[in-house]
Design a protein around this ligand. Structure first.
Ligand SMILES: Cc1cc2nc3c(=O)[nH]c(=O)nc-3n(C[C@H](O)[C@H](O)[C@H](O)COP(=O)(O)O)c2cc1C
Length: 194
């Protein structure tokens, strides 16, 4: 890794079924910030992947584990999660929390420890959340914030920042220019640039 950047590889996980939706727009601006600082960014559209729910078999936690027992697209995502020093997780609020696609992905990350030593430790994370309600409280965005905070504090990752805003139709968030700038700045901070 270069002396300048804390993260050279960034993995973006899109948790909305809308490829060009509001949370994807925020993720795109975080990406711009990270790329402008020199980082390499790859984006994964979770809704297009086959990701089954964790089956609680604990195979991934056994001493001689070869990894997650479920043979689906998470097998393709695990190495990318390990390789990238920073992640961006973008989700709209669905029923007062993150989307099911995002939560499925998070549950399956239980198996990440089978693919590397302390894979979560020091991982730098940016969160992007969109919702229709008038504020983070009445929309339920706060519930998603809390889950991200509790999860990534617990596993020793660092949430570098969160961007969030209200919008309804796909792409409507683009009119919130201040928020887009905030997202771009977060992208820079995520990879350790000023
Ligand atoms: C099934 C469903 C449930 C939703 N639940 C909420 C909710 O609980 N609170 C809220 O403020 N918005 C809710 N919304 C609105 C979306 O969060 C909002 O339109 C968001 O900007 C969509 O982001 P996207 O374009 O990235 O998909 C819901 C939308 C759908 C389709």
């Amino acid at each position: 890794m270069s002396d300048k950047l804390k993260a050279e590889n960034v993995l973006v996980l899109l948790g909305s079924p809308r490829k060009k939706g509001n949370s994807a727009v925020l993720a795109e601006h975080i990406t711009r910030g990270a790329e402008s600082a020199g980082a390499k960014v790859e984006t994964i559209y979770l809704n297009g992947m086959k990701i089954l729910p964790c089956q609680s078999c604990y195979t991934c936690q056994k001493a001689d584990t070869k990894g997650c027992a479920i043979n689906d697209d998470m097998q393709f995502i695990f190495p990318k999660l390990i390789k990238s020093e920073a992640w961006v997780i973008a989700s709209p609020v669905y029923w007062f929390n993150m989307t099911a696609q995002t939560k499925l992905f998070m549950d399956r990350c239980f198996a990440l420890s089978a693919y590397g030593k302390n894979p979560f430790a020091g991982k730098r994370i940016a969160i992007a959340i969109t919702y229709e309600g008038s504020d983070p409280f009445n929309s339920g965005a706060v519930n998603a914030f809390r889950i991200f905070q509790d999860t990534y504090n617990y596993v020793g990752s660092k949430i570098v920042g969160m961007v969030y805003g209200s919008a309804y139709k796909a792409g409507e968030i683009k009119s919130n220019k201040d928020l887009l700038k905030q997202a771009e700045r977060l992208g820079k901070r995520l990879v350790g640039a000023k």
